[in-house]
Design a binder for this molecule. Structure first.
Ligand code: TIU
Length: 220
């Protein structure tokens, strides 16, 4: 058992029933020269989350916790990509178009893979997801059920998009979700701040918000 200091209140976790879920820490979203930067985003805003993610990942590995990494991406033939998603934005920046690190958001391309700093090791689960939420059209729920998980520690990018959608999905499925605030990031700082506030408002309507030092300290 461990107690994590968080808002709106401390949460007691069973480490054996808790999973660390790292959302979409992919090269195309985070690295200078990647697709995210090509769109005009300041990727340093996301890079701030790498150190805190690494600290939580190290603590989770040391504690023997289940670690799950997700990657947003699609099949090369785009058969799992909704036309409404593919047709968004200018043609040169669409899913499947050639990008600076391979075809944009296509599984198997270098840019779609996880950044080296947080690369999965043997025994960790990698979930390829076609949507924003990590539960949608994936076997994440099955993995969590089989491992008897009741609590998720959630990190990654971006706070208001894929992190938020996953937390909302997890909350509706009965999982207690603890968002590690400084281990998340957004291209829009105000969305990051408000996104975190939305999780913990109303007595923790979607879950809890903590930070990497508190989580790592609780797992030590
Ligand atoms: N992983 C994730 O959040 N995917 C996005 O497309 N995020 C944006 O903020 N665009």
């Amino acid at each position: 058992m461990a107690v994590i200091e968080a808002e709106p209140g401390a949460i007691r976790i069973d480490v054996g029933r808790t999973a660390l879920v790292i959302i979409d820490m992919q090269r195309d979203f985070l690295e200078p020269g990647g697709f995210g930067e090509t769109l005009g985003n300041d990727v340093s805003l996301l890079a701030k989350a790498i150190g805190p993610c690494k600290a939580v990942l190290s603590a989770a590995r040391a504690a023997g916790m289940l670690v799950i990494h997700t990657r947003e991406g699609h099949r090369p033939d785009l058969s799992d990509a909704p036309p409404a998603k593919v047709n968004r934005g200018s043609p040169s920046h669409r899913i499947g178009a050639p990008g600076p690190m391979g075809r944009i958001l296509i599984r198997g391309e270098p840019g779609q893979d996880i950044i080296p700093e947080l690369y999965p090791i043997a025994g960790e689960v990698v979930i390829d997801k076609p949507g924003k939420g990590a539960f949608y059209a994936t076997d994440l729920g099955l993995v969590l059920q089989n491992k008897d998980i009741d609590t998720l520690l959630v990190c990654g990018v971006t706070t208001e998009v894929c992190v938020h959608t996953t937390v909302r999905e997890g909350n509706d499925r009965g999982f207690r979700c603890v968002v590690v605030g400084d281990a998340c990031g957004s291209y829009f700082p105000e969305f990051h701040e408000v996104g975190l506030r939305m999780v913990k408002a109303q007595g923790g309507i979607f879950g809890w918000v903590s930070d990497s030092a508190k989580v790592a300290g609780a797992l030590a």
